[in-house]
Design a protein around this ligand. Structure first.
Ligand SMILES: *Cc1c(COP(=O)(O)O)cnc(C)c1O
Length: 219
């Protein structure tokens, strides 16, 4: 039951973090079911899929792009995307700024940080994120706002390892929160998925991205 799962997760979050329901690969009727259960934030990992679904849901849905993003795809979501969680380069930020400007918008962005002990995950190293936040070129980008960080923990049963990875990301978040730039204002720490969102909230997450615990396993 989608509504029941959402209610349970909301109860567990205790208002400490907000839920992004991850709807990738799921048909629009299930998104409507989640919407009717009160969900207003949806996360997709592919731009095209998100752009296809967006007009089919009410306008008060916040769309979150959580997957790896290529510069040539930014234009398809620039009119409506609320938060891009997966920014990993200045070049990408420049393209988001350029496309947001065409729609007279300011798009909230999170820097994706590499925290997992895995080869396959995308993201910036902590020192790369710091360099990016101090890049002079950032001054020109008035149509983006960097509002925090995102990270994926290692896919492991070792909860202690997952906790340490989240804790490290929170420490980086706290440190980089001190950066003073016109378009940098940290307030979101996106961490936690179906298997680890409770740990993530204990370690300071403000946005959890939960898919299979709501909608069931993906094929
Ligand atoms: C798919 C995905 C999730 C949700 O994963 P679940 O384990 O189904 O909750 C969260 N974050 C990202 C970046 C994802 O790609």
């Amino acid at each position: 039951m989608i509504a029941e799962a959402i209610r349970q997760i909301e109860t567990e979050l205790q208002g400490k973090a907000r839920l992004v329901a991850v709807t990738k690969t799921k048909p629009v009727n299930l998104l409507r079911e989640a919407y009717d259960a009160g969900c207003r934030r949806f996360g997709e990992n592919k731009v095209q899929e998100m752009a296809d679904k967006q007009p089919q849901l009410p306008a008060d849905v916040e769309w979150h792009l959580i997957g790896h993003l290529q510069t040539n795809k930014v234009k398809y979501m620039a009119p409506f995307v609320a938060v891009i969680h997966s920014v990993d380069s200045l070049k990408l930020l420049q393209e988001i700024d350029k496309q947001a400007r065409k729609h007279n918008r300011v798009i909230d962005c999170l820097l994706q940080i590499y925290i997992a002990d895995e080869e396959t995950k995308f993201g910036l190293l902590p020192e790369e994120a710091e360099t990016l936040l101090n890049a002079p070129e950032l001054n020109d980008l008035i149509h983006i706002r960097i509002v925090g960080l995102m990270g994926l923990a290692t896919n492991t049963d070792d909860q202690q390892q997952v906790r340490q990875e989240f804790r490290g990301l929170k420490q980086l978040y706290d440190r980089l929160s001190a950066v003073q730039r016109p378009n940098v204002a940290f307030r979101e720490l996106s961490m936690g998925m179906s298997g680890d969102y409770l740990i993530a909230v204990e370690e300071g997450s403000t946005l959890v991205r939960v898919g299979s615990a709501i909608f069931g396993a993906r094929n």
